[in-house]
Design a protein around this ligand. Structure first.
Ligand code: GLN
Length: 186
């Protein structure tokens, strides 16, 4: 099994560490041709979604990535990655890959609560330490979207077909169960 990690900006190295811990082969996606190899799944890391989107376009990765996800390539998207997948952003006119039928609010917790950890239930896994950093949450989901976790009544993790999205950073905690759940999807 080979998992790609989009490595144009943000916390990609932490995902690679989590995958290596699980004995999985990883490749970094930095240019369009990196997407031509055989990959079984892809991770979109946290970081700054506007910067990531701009770089993905400039590096000519954007359209191929969108196509591969629409064709069914399994994807795990965390924080900024989730923002990139969302069909709509409630507080930003720009949306990006638009493959996930949800409405996401960027920086949803405001400045006061820039960063925090909550241990809450994740469907199929149990209590999980969820690390939020200037995080979004999900405000609306289409009927076919499965809600996997909520914190204080806000949706923070979903699955839709081949797409798994979390508003928090599973790669920043010492618990690989969400990566394992993604690998099981692959
Ligand atoms: N606030 C960032 C954004 O809007 C996301 C933060 C993160 O990925 N930790 O893209």
């Amino acid at each position: 099994m080979k998992i790609a990690v989009v490595a144009v900006q943000g916390a990609f190295i932490e995902h690679i560490h989590a995958l290596k811990k699980l004995g999985v082969e990883c490749v970094e996606i930095r240019k369009k041709s990196d997407l031509c190899q055989d990959i079984d799944g892809i991770i979109l890391p946290g970081g700054e979604s506007t910067v990531q989107s701009k770089l993905l376009r400039e590096l000519d990765i954007f359209d191929e990535l969108k196509k591969r996800i629409e064709e069914g390539l399994p994807v795990l998207a965390t924080c900024a990655g989730l923002i990139l997948l969302a069909e709509e952003l409630s507080n930003d006119e720009r949306s990006h890959l638009k493959t996930l039928p949800v409405v996401v609010k960027r920086n949803a917790y405001g400045r006061q609560l820039g960063s925090f950890t909550a241990k809450e239930m994740f469907k199929g896994i149990g209590a999980f330490p969820m690390r939020f950093i200037r995080a979004p949450f999900i405000e609306e989901v289409a009927d076919a979207v499965e809600i996997l976790a909520e914190v204080d009544g806000n949706i923070v993790a979903v699955r839709y077909k081949n797409q798994l999205g979390t508003a928090f950073h599973p790669e920043l905690v010492d618990d690989t169960r969400i990566h394992e759940a993604f690998l099981a999807m692959v």
